[in-house]
Design a protein around this ligand. Sequence first.
Ligand code: HAM
Length: 425
Amino acid sequence: MNKIQAIKGTNDILPGLVEMWQNVEEVVRKTMILYGYSEIRTPIFEETGLFARSIGEDTDIVGKEMYTFNDMGNRSITLRPEGTAAVVRAFIEHSLDQKGLPQKLWYMGPMFRQERPQKGRQRQFHQFGVEAIGSPSPMLDAEVMILFDAVCDKLGLDNRSISINSLGGTASRKAYREALVSFLDTVENQLCENCRRRKSTNPLRILDCKVPGCRDAIHHSEDLPHTIDYLTEEDRNNFETLLKFLDSGNVTYYCDYSLVRGLDYYTGTVFEMQYTDLGAQNAIMGGGRYDRLLYALGGPDLPAVGFACGIERLILALQNTKFMENTVKQKQVYIIHTDGNLHSRALQYLQRIRSIGVAADMDFLGKSMKAQMKAASRYGASFAMIVEPDDETVSVKDMEKSEQKTMPFNAFLSLLEKTNRDLNL
Ligand code: HAM
């Protein structure tokens, strides 16, 4: 019979790797608290129109990557391809602006895009992200980037740099769009079919085209106009102020004046972080300002800025770092009991060890002493604790030092409590 396998582009995260995920998630949660961001959890599926209206009909995501189906009520439903649209929908639906501005929200969870799977590109992947809604100040743009930088610092992700650009407000974008269309006229015969069409509907999208010949014709041309040259004075000042804030926050960045992002809702600042060691799928994080989105979705006219980071790609990048080695290993105990008369004492000890916050496990299959010792090392135990026939006595083997001592159970429990205190667990 054919074995059923996971759907192409989806991954099982197995024990061994899942601990790394938990560590990353923990760092993210703690950083969000430090920076004053509150968690928000939105559903995994939404009305299709939400994504079409916010991400844009002309984008790759909406055009060809969404998992869309009709439900029993014949409503068009889509598995969320990203988090921003849903957070904005929830913000408007629950009038979160009434709770004071800016509202600083964060989220973490699975997203779905029907892309061609390859290393670092899945059909179900995970993001953590922030959406800071209600202030136009470049201070907030700087804060979200500094926050991401802090997460990377804590994870020990070196050699990183954020590329940054500003598309400016409506007037700047209009001026740039005109200059871009004039340029595109000169390379029209080198553009792919899709981009020839997009030239009149959504020319900015062409800068994000992934078709090699088309991409080269645009990005290798010296005549490609640069966004910075078309910013109004106010937009340029805002951008320069942001760069100063980033300097004072010690964020490493470089300006890329042809950076646009693959989603239509961006207005002013846009930024991305690539990690070169990752190969083709090297964008770890992307974000920017979306000052018109709330209004476009029927909400208050509030500016906003945010980013999202792909957790699979982040973890791929971290595999080359010391992050895993450096994480504090929690003490764990494996209880060994071979005599049927000792089972109830073993169970009682198991409960007492766990009740002081120390992870513990034991054999449930009646295995031999040798097999239980093997299980203890497979479990990664710091101590194997052998239940002795004498009342309340146990033999404790320090697995690392390979030393064994016999002591009353209570003495061992106090030792575990002390180690826990020393490790600050
Ligand atoms: P995005 O650039 O589409 O932006 O996605 C952000 C990150 O998600 C990417 O940099 C990448 O690491 C990860 N990612 C995207 N697609 C895949 C995939 N198929 N497989 C693995 N990882 C992937 C957004 O989603 C915006 N909502 C970000 C944002 C928030 N802008 C403002 N606020």
